[in-house]
Design a protein. Structure first.
Length: 198
């Protein structure tokens, strides 16, 4: 498969630009933050597009590392993406433990992935990223790296919708995140009543 010649030239320029920004940062003379973040995010997106290309077997991992570079510069979207991807890694290791291939070391891998995920999500949450708050809420609802606390998780999901002022899309959001069920709606009603009584 691979990239066509023009795309390959663009890709190599983008990688060089990211490397140059990194060198400037290491030398103590960083480029403007927004430029650097945009370059890392663009590189990550290109790697994401190549994630199923046999000529780029580690594209998915490189995408995550490019997003991490943008996250380290305080990019809220990249922090959330990193959090989401590490949650997926944690869930993978959790699921694998339950299969014939499972073994105790996978519990350690899952714990490390969840710890990293929650760190990224908390940092994004500090920047008022609603998606990160929603994912952290789902972690509490499902016990992904934390003790199950459905009330806390539901509250975070609801607060994330408040942050986005997205109540007109609430049903769609609840469906997307797997909370479109009677238990959640009963809790939602109780939480909204409690909020009204304050």
């Amino acid at each position: 498969m691979g990239l066509n010649p023009l795309a390959k030239i663009r890709f190599n320029k983008l990688r060089k630009k990211a490397a140059d920004y990194h060198a400037l940062q290491e030398a103590g003379n960083p480029a403007p933050r927004d430029e650097v973040v945009a370059a890392w995010v663009h590189l990550a997106q290109v790697y994401d597009e190549m994630s199923y290309d046999k000529d780029h077997p580690y594209a998915k991992e490189r995408a995550l590392e490019a997003y991490r570079q943008a996250a380290l510069l305080g990019c809220a979207d990249s922090l959330c993406i990193c959090g989401e991807r590490f949650l997926e890694k944690g869930k993978f290791w959790d699921k694998l433990q339950q299969e014939p291939l499972g073994n105790p070391v996978q519990q350690k891998y899952a714990a490390n992935a969840y710890q990293e995920a929650l760190h990224f999500l908390q940092e994004a949450q500090k920047l008022k990223h609603a998606g990160a708050l929603r994912l952290q809420g789902l972690a509490y609802v499902n016990g992904w790296g934390v003790e199950v606390d459905t009330d806390k998780g539901y509250q975070m999901v609801i607060e994330s919708i408040d942050w986005e002022n997205a109540w007109d899309r609430a049903t769609e959001i609840f469906t997307q995140v797997g909370l479109n069920n009677p238990e959640f709606f009963a809790a939602l009603g109780n939480l909204r009543k409690g909020k009204g009584n304050d």
